[in-house]
Ligand binder design. Sequence first.
Ligand code: ZN
Ligand code: ZN
Length: 236
Amino acid sequence: MTTQSPISAVIAPVTPLQQNCTIVWCSKTRKAAIIDPGGEVDRLLRALKDQGLTLEKIWITHGHMDHAGGAAELKAKTGVPIEGPHKDDQFWIDRIQESGEMYGMPEARIFVPDRWLEDGDVVTLGETQFEVLHCPGHTPGHVVFFHRETKFAQVGDVLFQGSIGRTDFPRGNHQDLIDAITGKLWPLGDDIRFVPGHGPMSSFGAERRSNPFVGDRAVAAMKGPGYTAPVNRSPG
Ligand SMILES: [Zn+2]
Ligand SMILES: [Zn+2]
């Protein structure tokens, strides 16, 4: 007998910003969620079909166009509900059309999620569940989806391999982001593997060892005099 992992995931980068749209599914029921369908909806639907999956949920980490720009179209084509982000990101969702035109994605549409998410919420997928963590800073309504059993997280633009999300956008807040990462993500454990919004996967332990913004050495330095954060050149 083989023991099958309760969830599986594939990453399908979308949009000119190469955003890590993630298809996750319950291995037992093959019911799937698409996390952050920024665009290229028909390609995502083909990927679902190729894997023999049934779409059950659309999950959104935050309201930026490259993450949420395809959600309205995906919902219109499948009828499945949009869950997330936290309601503080509605002002970003309201700008999706504008940013879509800027990035040559005229099909990007604004929407209102079927369910806003709060810190501590649980979202279900087939016979499995993900925990929701509200991690503001990059945007005020950013959420993270966490599957405890398999130690897997989709963190959007909160944390990257070697970097953190930008905080120079309207209502961005550097300290909120640092607090969310060190206060909410690190306690989940060094062995949590995560998909960031852009770039390669990493683990919380690897980032604690070497991330120049939120690694343990950086956090210790923040408490000393004269600390300035490194310049952030992250893609999201
Ligand atoms: Zn992004
Ligand atoms: Zn973003």
